[in-house]
Design a protein around this ligand. Structure first.
Ligand code: KG4
Ligand code: ZN
Length: 368
């Protein structure tokens, strides 16, 4: 089964064509135009520029993949929500045009579900155990999701080899503790958002702190590089915001403000901002963000009796986040627990994850 996928929700014009056999999800061709350089002078994504660039680049990217290949696909997937409306509309318009010209079904995909299911890319399906909890941490969103196999769909799933080795699980033991949770059914899965940020997303926070240091957008990678040279410093200590709250909420705006206050304080005292001090700030900031994210994810794993933990989204490229989760898990969890960071290439926005969520959505629609 072949699909064409298009992702234009933010600052990447990403297109992929993939052949898929229900056993493995393997990506054949994936091309993207990244707008990062175009936005750097503005220290962040400018929506109007983003949509114009998608418009300028999308046909070029599709031609490079091979326009003639579109006639052989079974359907087309496109990100339709959420994010920048002007950017999304470019992908939607091009996908609709191609679907109409080549008479292909068009599948609308939720960007967050793309991140959620990106774990399945380039993996054996038998490796995955449900239920699982996933932290999706990006520039625009920061949530914890719970995903389980839907019991009522078991007959249907048994007939699909993709599901053969996936274990069934019935949620309920924890349900009475979280009566506010709303489930969404999605091709044999039940998905619930159980945690979220009250303000900024983690990636946004990394980017804004990097900006305070005059480092270019996006700043996450630069902060993690500087943090490697940093160390604990008693003059640089940040609170772990909301860590003691027994819930799954985050506040990265507050986290970011602590850095801003410290920089103002140092300025007032005429303390020189040496390279050593900058690295210590990057180190402590990263530790604070990572500790909160990991401990909240592990708390969700315990509360929801999950079998797999999973990191997705651009921030999950952060090596310290991956390392902290591994070592914290070793300490706190039984060996049977499975840790799954998404491969870095699929952590950032990409069409492959949209293709994958599109396949799930397409099958969901076809079977209704
Ligand atoms: O998922 P993504 O490509 O786009 C959105 O959906 O937003 O994530 C981009 C975000 C940026 O904010 C970027 O700074 C952050 O991911 N990021 C990182 C790292 N690499 C990328 N944040 C922390 N550490 C990193 N190594
Ligand atoms: Zn994203």
């Amino acid at each position: 089964m072949k699909t064409l996928a298009i992702e234009t929700s933010c600052d990447d014009t990403s297109v992929g064509i993939v052949d898929f056999d229900w056993q493995t999800f393997s990506v054949d061709s994936l091309l993207a135009y990244s707008q990062i350089q175009d936005h750097q002078q503005y220290w962040g994504v400018v929506p109007e520029i983003a949509s114009r660039l998608h418009f300028d680049k999308i046909l070029e990217v599709i031609k490079n993949i091979g326009l003639d290949k579109v006639k052989d696909v079974d359907f087309i997937s496109v990100t339709t929500h959420p994010w920048l409306p002007g950017s999304l509309v470019v992908g939607k318009a091009v996908a609709s045009l191609l679907a109409s010209y080549f008479t292909k079904p068009l599948v609308h995909v939720n960007h967050i579900y793309g991140h959620l299911f990106s774990l399945l890319l380039d993996r054996k399906n038998s490796e995955i155990q449900f239920p699982l909890v996933v932290l999706t941490a990006s520039g625009g969103h920061n949530d914890i999701y719970y995903v389980e196999i839907q019991a009522s769909r078991s007959k249907m799933q048994e007939s699909d080899s993709i599901h053969e080795s996936w274990n069934m699980h019935h949620a309920s033991s924890w349900m009475e503790n979280f009566p506010w949770i709303v489930f969404h059914s999605f091709w044999g899965y039940r998905i619930a958002k159980i945690g979220y940020t009250l303000d900024d997303a983690a990636g946004e926070c990394f980017d804004k702190v990097a900006r305070m240091m005059w480092w270019p957008y996006p700043g996450g990678q630069r902060i993690s590089e500087k943090a490697l040279q940093g160390k604990p410093n008693s003059d640089v200590e940040f609170k772990r915001i909301f860590l003691s709250k027994e819930n799954f909420e985050f506040s990265f705006s507050w986290m970011k403000s602590q850095v801003s206050f410290l920089l103002k304080e140092l300025e007032k005292k005429w303390t020189p901002l040496t390279e050593e001090l900058i690295c210590d700030i990057a180190y402590e900031f990263q530790e604070a963000v990572v500790e909160v994210m990991v401990k909240k994810l592990v708390r969700a794993w315990i509360a929801f009796d999950a079998k797999t933990l999973w990191l997705a989204g651009g921030v999950s490229c952060n090596d310290r986040l991956r390392e902290y989760l591994q070592s914290y898990a070793k300490e706190k969890m039984p060996e049977s627990i499975v840790l799954r960071p998404v491969k870095k290439v699929y952590s950032m926005d990409n069409a492959a994850m949209i293709w994958l969520a599109g396949i799930l959505e397409f099958n969901s629609e076809c079977r209704m």
